[in-house]
Design a protein around this ligand. Sequence first.
Ligand code: SAM
Length: 277
Amino acid sequence: MEMWLKEMQIKDAAMTYKVKETLVRKKTKYQDLAILDTEAFGRMLVLDGIIQTSINDEFVYHEMITHIPLFTHPNPKKILVVGGGDGGAIREILKHPGVEKAVLCEIDEDVVNECKKYLPEISHALDDSRCEVFIGDGIKYVMEHKNEFDIIIVDSTDPFNNAEGLFGGNFYKDISNALTIDGIFIAQTETPFFLPETVKQVYQDAKSIFKVTKLFMAAIPTYPGGYWSFTIGSKKYDPTQVDIAKIPDMNTRYYTPELHKACFVLPKYVKDVIGEK
Ligand code: SAM
C-alpha cells in the first residue's frame, strides 16, 4: 500500500509526498511530531502536519537565515536561535570561526532529541562545545535577557499555537532589548503569496522598532507559495550595503556573496505587500 503525506498549504490547496517509512510519530507535550523518510526529499521533520525541514532542501533555508545576518554584522560573537530545534541554523552559525557562543532556545525537547536521532546531518552541531541548548519558551527567554546577543534568529513554526507570540510587535521590542547596541534580528516570515497579511504585519512591526528593516526571499522547494520571506531588523548595519568582496569563502550550497545582494531585489507583488517602492 502506498503512503502519502498531504500537507495543506492553505485551506484549499495541498502538496503530497510519497512516504517510504515513518521513522517516528508521537504526540509531544506541544505538538504532533513525525519524522518521515520520503522518496523525493529524503527524511523530513513534520510538526502538526507541516513540513519543517527535509534532508534534501534544508540547506536553502538554514544558510539564508544565518549567513545573511552573520555576514552583515562585522563581528558577531554571541547568537541566539529561538525555535530551530532541528539544529540546522546552529550548524551554519558555527561555520563562522568568530562565533563564541550559540544558544538554542527550543520549547519542545522532543524535537531536539528526535532530530538528533534521525536527522544527524542537520542536528550534529547541537553537540558542539560552543552551542548551549536551553529547553523553554523563547518569548520568556528573550524577555529575561538584556543587551546580550549580537544576533537573534527566530527559526519558528508558523504563527499558530506556541509560535503565535513569536510574530508580534511586543516580542520584537523584547528582542531589540535583548540585542546589543548594534545587534541584528532575523525571522522566517512566511509566504507573501499565500499569507500577505502576515508578511505585511511583521514587516511593519519590525520597521516601527529597528533603524533598518529589510525583507529578502529564497525559493525553498518544500515551502509553499514559491518564494519564502525573511525579515531583518537591524540597529545599525544595512544588509544590502555589505561589501561582498570582503565576504570570505564558506562551504555553502545556496548562499553566495552575490546572492547576499540579489536576494533583497523583490518582485513587484512583494514590494506591494510590504508597502515599499
Ligand atoms: N524551518 C522551520 C519552518 O519554517 O518550518 C522551522 C523549524 S524549527 C523545527 C521550529 C521550532 O520552533 C519547532 O521545533 C517548535 O517547537 C519551535 N517553537 C515554536 N514555538 C516556540 C516558542 N514559543 N519558543 C521556542 N521554540 C518554539
